[in-house]
Design a protein around this ligand. Structure first.
Ligand code: BTN
Length: 271
């Protein structure tokens, strides 16, 4: 690792020996690692999986919906290309893979800051001290229901001093909380090891969500507003179920949601 904590191809290559990755593609600059992965899958039908596409710098990172992912030097941005069936999973379990990605990010970061206040926000954002630490965008390439492109952005050693005003007060990085630099390669390695472990537990039929999610759920017990299609639904969050659905107690009774965007949450004293 060099003094600016950027990773080299040699650093990343180590991951093909220490984790389940079979290939790593390093780029110093990309518009978006996920867009690149999707383009690759459309031209090369046989992409080696699991593979990791890493960019030192991402110029137009994408978030869920029409959101953008802003990142600067010190942030970690990559996309993981994963085939579902070789992992022993079914395509019905795809939504759970996305939740497990968030948990793996959180677990890897928790090792660095064991006493800090981490949480996961359904479906797969990671929060630290009630600010967004990491975002995850899971996409299924057109015509490839067996493949997932899991785009992950983690604020590791970056600062939000120069960030756009709309995220300056809502996002956070590990370095801002811990007051030191973190080793992005070790973090990435731990994340991949944790994800592989959670995926094999899922493939073995273990109730991996109900075992891991509840202690870290940001929304449980909060009044939560979800945008589901054109509708806004508000209810008390009861957690998530074993299939990964968000449980809300609304005036109509308990409702479960497999998709949608959480717009706001509050414990009655503000968000
Ligand atoms: C979100 O919070 O809405 C998801 C953000 C996902 C950002 C990552 S950064 C690496 C990958 N490439 C992208 O363009 N987006 C994802």
């Amino acid at each position: 690792m060099n003094q600016h904590s950027s990773l080299s191809m040699e650093d990343l290559d180590r991951l093909t020996r220490s984790t389940f990755l079979r290939e790593v593609r390093y780029h110093s600059r990309l518009a978006s690692t996920s867009t690149y992965a999707l383009e690759l899958l459309s031209v090369e039908r046989q992409v080696t999986c699991p593979s990791l596409i890493y960019a030192e710098e991402q110029t137009t990172g994408r978030g869920r919906g029409s959101n953008r992912w802003w990142s600067n030097r010190g942030g970690l941005t990559f996309s993981l290309v994963l085939e579902i069936s070789p992992s022993g999973l079914t395509t019905e379990q795809t939504p759970l893979v996305s939740l497990l990605s968030g948990l793996s990010v959180m677990k890897a970061c928790q090792t660095e800051l064991p006493r800090a206040d981490f949480s996961v926000k359904w479906p797969n954002d990671v929060y630290l001290s009630h600010r967004k630490l990491a975002g995850i965008l899971v996409e299924i390439p057109p015509g490839r229901a067996d493949v997932l492109v899991i785009g992950i952005g983690i604020n590791v050693n970056n600062s939000f001093r120069d960030a756009p005003p709309e995220i300056r007060d809502t996002a956070i990085s590990l370095t801002e909380v811990g007051g030191r630099e973190y080793d992005s390669l070790s973090l990435l390695e731990r994340l991949l090891v944790s994800l592989e472990e959670l995926l094999s537990q899922l493939a073995r039929g273990e109730n991996v969500i109900e075992k891991n999610w509840p202690p870290h759920c940001l929304l449980t017990g909060k009044q939560t507003t979800l945008k589901s299609g054109p509708h806004l639904v508000t209810g008390l969050c009861l957690g998530i179920d074993a299939r990964g659905a968000l449980r809300l107690r609304t005036p109509r009774g308990e409702e479960r949601f497999f998709g949608g965007t959480v717009e706001s949450w509050s414990n009655g004293q503000g968000t």
